[in-house]
Write a protein that binds this ligand. Structure first.
Ligand SMILES: [Zn+2]
Ligand SMILES: [Zn+2]
Ligand SMILES: [Zn+2]
Length: 166
């Protein structure tokens, strides 16, 4: 059985205020939980499963065949334009749950182990289920709290060729 066909999508960035990873073209004018609008200085690419509907629109694929360290449980939120972990157990957006309507299936490389601070690692938040970077200045999740690392011995890496921001 062959692996799922994937493509790279540029245009993602880490907000230097709240720490979340967002699709910049849509999110740069959106309200940030840290105040004002999201601020981006980096440019990142994400892998996604190359699948389209009859009209050529990208579509979500359940449980695609992926590599050993890849996790295909990530989606683009139609409401906040952030990347979040798809789960029946929750995942709160600013208003209700995140919504994967219109999203492709995104793939992240998952690493087991303790991350090095400042190494450009990303984490899944146990509160909002979003992907975030641990900023030296602190992060912002819902309700004025910081993002909270889910699964302390797991983290995620993005394309290592890209800029690292902290
Ligand atoms: Zn932000
Ligand atoms: Zn959302
Ligand atoms: Zn969070």
């Amino acid at each position: 059985m062959s692996k799922t066909q994937t493509k790279e999508q540029p245009g993602w960035g880490t907000c230097t205020q709240c720490g979340g990873l967002f699709f910049k073209p849509h999110a740069k004018t959106r309200a940030c939980k840290a105040g004002g609008v999201h601020q981006f200085v980096d440019e990142r690419k994400l892998l996604y499963v190359d699948a389209v509907d009859a009209n050529g629109n990208d579509i979500w694929v359940d449980n695609p065949q992926v590599g050993a360290n890849q996790e295909a449980s990530w989606a683009w939120c139609e409401k906040c334009r952030g990347l979040f972990f798809v789960s029946n157990n929750g995942g709160l957006c600013q208003n209700g749950k995140h919504d994967k309507t219109g999203s492709s299936t995104y793939l992240l490389t998952k690493v087991n182990g303790t991350p090095n601070p400042g190494s450009g690692s990303y984490y899944q938040c146990s509160r909002c289920f979003g992907l975030y970077a641990d900023l030296a200045s602190g992060t912002k999740c819902n309700g004025g709290k910081a993002h909270e690392h889910r699964n302390a011995n797991q983290y995620y890496t993005l394309d290592p060729d890209d800029d690292i921001v902290d």
